[in-house]
Structures are given as structure tokens and as C-alpha cells.
Design a protein around this ligand. Structure first.
Ligand code: SIN
Length: 295
């Protein structure tokens, strides 16, 4: 279990908090080449069944996260951490990935193809042609372990088309899912976040069925070398169990981590262990991907 990019990962202090919790690892806030202020506040709001955000990729810039990770891998050589990144253009994405390639970073890189919150920049992974082109260009020079953060897909044909593209590349993982983009949450007669007149990515309880569907759809379609990270609607050990049952190798916690703090990892892990004990499962492999269907 680990944080989802965007939560508890903007600063070294926050990343240390996740690292020193019951989480197995952490992922950084998605880094762009340079520091970004992001969208105007208020830009994140917890709501009863989840959250809505339009952060707009605020972050401290690639070097801030990369320097910390390079230092950390010397101090904790037996642990593996994730660096999330994306450029504000395909060119910038290549510049960033080339810097990571040329560095001594030995962890996992997550290319975020799914941010819904930068005005004028559509979610890259909804454009299959662009996604295919970026991945084909990236794998001409990038030889370190790389995965991609995906938006939710909602159509079986789109699962098929996306999987056909991802299966062409030596991806280490896909992460399903980022927030469901561009929802609206209203209190009284007003939106609750300032950017984009209130439109923002939805997380939390609202999105678990969509997240599970995406995890399972890609588990059914991707080459077994491409592992799945399950993200979306993880409040309890039961939710983590369902993500693993759908095929997830790792589970990320976003909105719940924001609401509850890093103690959530300990609680969810214990709840998951209790479920496994009740069912007589000794390892995750006993139930990973073994979702039952109705004949
Ligand atoms: C944001 O910074 O807007 C959130 C990041 C994301 O959804 O990818």
C-alpha cells in the first residue's frame, strides 16, 4: 500500500511521513520540469463521499524530488520509491524523462498521462494516437522501469484499444485510476472549488466501482509482465481486498489518506489482514485476480 500521487507528497516532510508509516513505499507529487504554483485556491475539498480537486499540478519541480530520491536511495538502498512526472508538453516530458534516464535514479517512474485539471490541456491518455506516439518516442531512450497513470475509461472498446497500445511497450505497470475528471460538487447554490468554475477531479467512495472495473479490465487484457496498481475508493481493508481481487499488485490511497492521515495505512493493512485470516488466505497470490463471475 502507498499514497496516490497528489496526496501527502508535495514536500520532503510529507514524503518522509508516508515513508515512515505502514505504507510500503511512496510516490511523489507529479513533477514538471520547473516549480509550478498550480491553480488558484480553494482547489481541493473533502466532501462526504470523497473529494473534488482542481490542483493544476502544483509541484516543486523535478530537481526537488529527484535530489531527495537520489539521497534516499543511498540511505535506504533496500527500498524502492516512485517518482511521478509529466511535462507541460510532449517536448517537456521528453526533457524530464531524459534527465531521469541520465541520473542515478534506481526507483520506478510513473508518467502521469491523466491529469484533468490544467486548463487547456486535455487528459493525454484519452487521446490514443498521442499516447501511442509519446510511448513509442519514450521507449527509444528510456530504459529504466516505467509505468503510466491512467484516467478511468468507461467503454469496453476503449479498454480494448488502450490495452492494445500499452501491450506494445515494455511498461512495468499501469496505475488505474486517476480521479474521474471534471465533476461538479455543489453546496447550497455554489461550487466548492475556485478553478474552472468548480469543475474538478472526483475521488473517494464515488469512484470505487469505476476504479475496480478499470483494474480488472486491464488485468484481463494486459501482458502479465505489466502489473496493475489499483487506485480509487480505498477507505477500508475490504476496498483494498477488492482491488487485489480484481488484479492489483499494489494499492494506492488518496482521498482517505487526505482525510485520515498516514495512520490510514496501518488501519487498512490490519483490516485487510483480518479479511485474509477469515478467508484462510496466507498470501496475496491466493486471491489476486481471482474475481468470481456468475455463469
Ligand atoms: C492536479 O495536480 O491537478 C492533480 C494531479 C492529477 O490529477 O493528475
Amino acid at each position: 500500500m502507498m499514497n496516490a500521487a497528489g496526496v501527502a507528497c508535495m514536500t520532503v516532510e510529507e514524503l518522509e511521513g508516508v515513508k515512515n508509516s505502514a505504507a510500503g513505499t511512496f510516490v511523489t507529487k507529479t513533477a514538471t520540469l520547473e516549480f509550478r504554483q498550480g491553480n488558484p485556491e480553494p482547489r481541493y475539498q473533502d466532501v462526504p463521499l470523497g473529494s473534488i480537486n482542481s490542483m493544476g499540478l502544483p509541484n516543486n519541480g523535478l530537481d526537488y524530488y529527484l535530489d531527495y530520491l537520489l539521497d534516499l536511495q543511498e540511505k535506504e538502498p533496500n527500498r524502492t520509491f516512485f517518482l511521478s512526472l509529466v511535462g507541460m508538453s510532449p517536448e517537456e516530458t521528453h526533457t524530464i524523462l531524459k534527465k531521469v534516464q541520465e541520473s542515478d535514479f534506481r526507483g520506478l517512474t510513473e508518467l502521469n498521462l491523466s491529469c484533468p485539471n490544467v486548463p487547456g490541456k486535455p487528459q493525454i491518455a484519452y487521446d490514443f494516437e498521442t499516447t501511442d506516439r509519446i510511448l513509442s518516442e519514450v521507449f527509444e531512450y528510456f530504459t529504466k522501469p516505467l509505468g503510466i497513470k491512467l484516467p478511468p475509461y468507461f467503454d469496453i472498446v476503449h479498454f480494448d484499444q488502450a490495452a492494445a497500445i500499452f501491450n506494445k511497450y515494455p511498461l512495468k505497470f499501469v496505475n488505474c485510476v486517476n480521479s474521474i475528471g471534471n465533476g461538479l460538487y455543489i453546496e447550497d447554490e455554489s461550487v466548492v472549488i475556485r478553478p474552472k468554475n468548480g469543475f474538478g477531479g472526483i475521488g473517494g467512495e464515488y469512484i470505487k466501482p469505476t476504479a475496480l472495473a478499470n483494474v480488472h479490465a486491464f488485468y484481463q487484457r494486459l501482458n502479465p509482465e505489466i502489473q496493475i496498481i489499483g487506485t480509487g475508493g480505498v477507505l477500508t481493508g475490504r476496498d483494498a481486498f477488492e482491488h487485489i481481487l480484481c488484479g492489483a499488485s499494489m494499492v494506492q490511497v488518496g482521498t482517505t489518506l487526505h482525510k485520515e492521515g498516514v495512520g490510514a495505512f496501518d488501519r487498512i493493512t490490519n483490516e485487510l489482514k483480518e479479511i485474509m485470516t477469515e478467508k484462510g488466505y496466507e498470501s496475496l497470490e491466493d486471491f489476486r485476480g481471482k474475481l468470481n463471475y456468475i455463469d
